[in-house]
Design a protein around this ligand. Sequence first.
Ligand SMILES: [Zn+2]
Length: 99
Amino acid sequence: MSERDPALVDVTCPACGHRLDGSTCATAGPDTKPSAGTSVSVCVYCAAPCRFVDALGPFAGKRLRLVLLTPEEMEELPDDIRLVLALARAAIKQRKSLH
Ligand SMILES: [Zn+2]
């Protein structure tokens, strides 16, 4: 990702509260943008599994926000996406343990 995505302004992790202003797609091209309802993510700070949904209030339809993935939602993900999430979470947790 090279440019700020305007849909990701003021997105915060629902688990740790860190502000996330960018995303990198692990399964498609680098220019792929997240979509409300279909894109899942992992917080780069705490490794929380999340999904993108529409922002609330005046920014609905223009910006995204993150909500935590429930265990049931994790189970419903396709195997390849669940694997990518697990690998990303493991890498983030390992990096955190090195500091
Ligand atoms: Zn977080």
